[in-house]
Design a protein around this ligand. Sequence first.
Ligand SMILES: C[S@@+](CC[C@H](N)C(=O)[O-])C[C@H]1O[C@@H](n2cnc3c(N)ncnc32)[C@H](O)[C@@H]1O
Ligand code: SF4
Length: 468
Amino acid sequence: MAEEFIFDLTDAGRSEVVDQLIEAAEHIPGLVFTYPPISLWEPRDATASDPDTLWAGSDTFSHNLYIHIPFCRQKCSFCYYSVAVVQNDTQVIWDYLHCLEKEALQYLPMMRTKKIETVFIGGGTPSRLNPEQIDFLFERVIRRFDLSECREITYECSPDSATEDRIATMAANGTNRLSMGVQSLDPEILRKSRRADTPSSVVRTYYHMADSGVPNVNIDLIAGIEREAFDNMQRTMDAVTALEPMPTQITLFTLSVRKGAINDTTLREEDHAKLFRRSLALFRYAKRRMTANGYWQYSRNLFPRDNWIFHYQDNHWGNNGYVLGLGASSYSHSHGYTYGNAFTFREYMRRIQAGGSAVEKAFPLSEDESLRRHLVLAMKHRELDVARFNSFYPAGSEPLRQFRPVFDALAALGVVTVEDGRIAYTEDYADLSDRYTRLFYSSGVSEAVRRGVGQLTGAGSNAFNFTL
Ligand SMILES: C[S@@+](CC[C@H](N)C(=O)[O-])C[C@H]1O[C@@H](n2cnc3c(N)ncnc32)[C@H](O)[C@@H]1O
Ligand code: SF4
């Protein structure tokens, strides 16, 4: 335990923080995407969104690449991401890929010398690309960047589109982590959530992945979709634990109900706090089934076997990594800003095809807000390693000192323990981590959030435009 981290339980301000903490217990977790909240980011004009401005500044953190592929076969009932339902219209997919290339070229002068540590190709459904399109994506977009020290490339898939030849093409291009959205393995829940799959078709695709030679295969599950009952979740966990080999990682989400999703309408009359409690109960059941089968809780949502770490998430959330986001709805963290692209793929393409920037809004990060961003996302993600955190800041600067009353209050109420240089959630709170991150917001951001600035209103409003 670093000496500077022994708390003084009489610290001034503690009682006020405990009050805020008790209030925070009413927050529904799972809604903190990033910091400062996207609802507070300001619209950008073309001159203010050039890469030279956005990426000028010091290079303290790792560099990572996110690419958004919005295409899906259907819109699932629970999904709030930026998706475009296309069937056999491959031309629009080609047009989009050409836009990605153009956008990558806009950033290359600033990014050419940055070593990309991780790449995440997410969606939507990147496995909707056929082998020729996957090759194009790697050749004309991803490999333009410096991948000489890249440790992880994740390719996100859906069970209905990740065919063997596509998986082989992803692998041949260096993908070493496949991530498949499974959500449920109960036939009734799959049908109700409008998925195209059956449990057996999902399992078939999973085995293609497990046999592909790609070492790390993750599946995503959501606890509590479509008002599922305990029996439904039990069937899912029975099927997951029967897989042989079992996935190297399972990502388990509680259900978030957000604007833009179909279930935001169908569940309008429901009490969202009650929905969350139901989802959490099923989450905890699934967690027990996983831990009984050799998984451990690495972060709020990630359950690996052995030491399979998800490096992109570790860099992005855990260690304040820079992320260059390309494509519709992607958001970036640069040397001086957090900023976001146009949300819908049509608006994104319109902007790029017109020769402009896709950036729609941004928030300049002062040193103080950058530190808070680091802390909010690290505490949302998992426990905090104090020495690792401090290593990003000038020696002796004690960046966490001002937050002592908050950690002290969290420890006093049993939310975290502070031991051996680690601030770790206690067992029951590991599933609720982002409920408490608001305690680290700056007063300006807290006040704006309390007043509801920018939330779910205005023409540009979308699912990401909302936070606690
Ligand atoms: C952007 S989706 C892409 C997955 C892929 N297209 C598929 O087959 O579903 C990434 C993951 O977000 C999670 N997700 C989507 N909507 C969610 C919601 N409302 N609540 C919790 N998790 C959600 C799902 O588990 C999903 O696999
Ligand atoms: S869950 Fe996946 S397949 Fe379904 S709409 Fe969202 S991105 Fe598309």
